[in-house]
Design a protein around this ligand. Structure first.
Ligand SMILES: [Zn+2]
Length: 128
């Protein structure tokens, strides 16, 4: 037996939960969009990852514990990607975090190479 929409009168299918034309629920309740007030989306989502990446990169570079720069680099890159979803929020921080992390990592690599070189020279018995 065919049913009809109580709001607009359109014929409804047996399996329809809402009217395909106006969206009124078949069970006779008021249209969802009229009664349900959707909470307004925040205009700017906070970008915690970008901030976290920036802070970790800064701290790890200052404290010279460069292994954290890998973490901060990842955080900053993810933060930069997420910045697009956050309306650009945190993009500057994320980019700063990436740059600081990269500098910290390069320093770490250079220091490690020098460290190994010094150790090898010492091992070989050369002394100044
Ligand atoms: Zn309808």
């Amino acid at each position: 037996m065919a049913k009809f929409c109580i709001n607009c009168g359109k014929e409804l299918g047996d399996t329809d939960k809402v009217c395909s034309q106006c969206g009124t629920p078949v069970d006779g309740a008021a249209p969802a969009q009229a009664t349900t007030v959707v909470a307004p989306a925040r205009a700017q989502k906070s970008n915690g990852l970008a901030l976290a990446g920036f802070i970790v990169s800064l701290v790890s570079t200052i404290l010279c514990c460069g292994s954290f720069n890998v973490i901060s680099l990842i955080l900053s890159i993810v933060g930069a990607v997420k910045a697009k979803d956050c309306g650009g929020n945190g993009k500057g921080l994320a980019i700063a975090g990436i740059i600081i992390s990269a500098i910290g990592l390069i320093l770490l690599i250079v220091l490690t190479i020098f460290g190994y070189a010094a150790a090898i020279i010492e091992e070989a018995g050369y002394s100044y």
